[in-house]
Design a protein around this ligand. Structure first.
Ligand SMILES: Cc1ncc(COP(=O)(O)O)c(C=O)c1O
Length: 371
């Protein structure tokens, strides 16, 4: 989301990270290193797939933390996950062909697929994730968020993952796994990525640094099924050639020198505390208005609204106390929206969560009395 207006005092917006806890001193060192490397090099275009050291760092990180085994040469660096989705659609889908996606789902993906001429078919989710039996048989691509369904939050069950892979193999479809914030997992045993279960070569694995570093870095990556690799590199080359090499070299150093792993460990602890504070309040003094949906990962959670308020009324009441709340209705494309709010905790610390939810409880009590 692009914002121009001043944020509210307490902002539960999703999709942001907390700059206050990012190790900018270490980052500065990495950027200085990248500048030095760049000053020594020739002024020339580089590999469309990205800088070798970043591809190596990403492959190593994914093998270790997400059980995604890949050779570094399979990794293609992109301008965020969004460009990975763009390139995949361009090479795998002809205008008019069907892309199936979770409903509710990630609006920027839906808008992108439609803008590229695909026929986007929303497919309902339940507590196990995408309902594989409801997939349209003519889907050429299926876009899913199995680690942390966007926006509702549940992980896709192992049975569904296996069913989706079998379905894709049977129908000759490409599965796009968007693992946008799977590194933050707070409950249960680690979940296998779809990619790690994919023996038939049907999964394109997409990741991003938007949730682990910050969104304006604009770095993501895709590990496609092998036959798509060359086409993706060509598509990248004719689109914008490659990502900024200085950013890539800085990020590679940040990862290879261990700063990234340290940052992730620290943020995992920090986000766990924020999530716990949020859940405690939603299940405590706010329980008469909200029911948090089960979710084990990520940097946001969704809470269903218990009557009588609808989303818009809730958001309006909160805004009167400068608390920013965000609805999920706009994320449904086919199935009927259930009133629910998305609480992002990437950009608000524990004190902010307590302050914001305190104001919200006051506002809602006042609102109820006034009804
Ligand atoms: C489902 C999903 N995918 C991907 C992203 C990140 O995209 P990008 O890497 O383009 O910033 C987000 C960020 O909000 C997201 O919610």
């Amino acid at each position: 989301m692009t914002r121009t207006e001043a944020p509210p005092d307490y902002d539960f917006v999703g999709g942001v990270t907390d700059k206050r806890v990012f190790p900018f001193d270490q980052w500065r060192r990495c950027v200085s290193h990248a500048l030095r490397v760049q000053a020594r090099g020739r002024g020339a275009y580089h590999d469309p797939a990205g800088e070798q050291e970043l591809r190596l760092a990403v492959a190593r990180y994914l093998a270790f933390s997400r059980a995604v085994g890949s050779h570094w040469q399979e990794v293609i660096i992109t301008q965020g996950a969004q460009q990975a989705l763009d390139l995949l659609t361009r090479v795998a889908i002809r205008p008019g062909e069907v892309i199936a996606m979770e409903d509710p789902g990630y609006p920027p993906a839906r808008i992108l697929f439609a803008a590229l001429g695909a026929h986007v078919v929303p497919v309902a989710v339940d507590e196990e994730g995408l309902i594989v039996d409801a997939l349209p048989p003519n889907a050429r691509m299926v876009y899913v968020t199995p680690s942390h369904q966007f926006p509702l939050g549940m992980p896709m069950s192992l049975e569904r993952r296996l069913a989706l892979l079998a379905w894709a193999q049977r129908h000759g479809a490409l599965v796009v796994e968007d693992d946008y914030d799977g590194e933050y997992r707070f409950e249960g045993r680690p979940m296998e990525s779809l990619k790690s279960l994919d023996t038939a070569g049907v999964v394109a694995y997409v990741g991003t640094f938007s949730k682990t570093i910050f969104p304006e870095l604009r770095v993501g990556y895709v590990i496609p099924p092998a036959p798509l690799g060359t086409a993706l590199r060509r598509a990248r080359e004719v689109s914008d050639w490659h990502s900024c090499t200085m950013t890539q070299i800085a990020l590679a150093k940040f990862m290879l020198d261990g700063y990234f792993a340290k940052h992730l460990r620290r943020m995992h602890k920090e986000y766990a505390a924020r999530r716990a504070a949020l859940l405690e309040r939603l299940r405590g003094d706010l329980a008469q208005w909200f029911t948090p949906l089960p979710s084990a990962a990520g940097i946001h959670l969704v809470a269903a609204i218990r009557g009588p308020h609808d989303e818009a009324a809730m958001i309006r009441v909160a805004a009167t106390r400068s608390v920013g709340l965000y609805g999920t209705a706009g994320m449904f494309a086919g199935t009927a929206p259930r009133p629910a709010l998305l609480f992002g905790y990437g950009g608000i610390d524990v004190a902010g969560i307590q302050g914001g939810l305190g104001r919200l409880a006051d506002a809602l009590s006042g609102h109820r009395d006034a009804d």
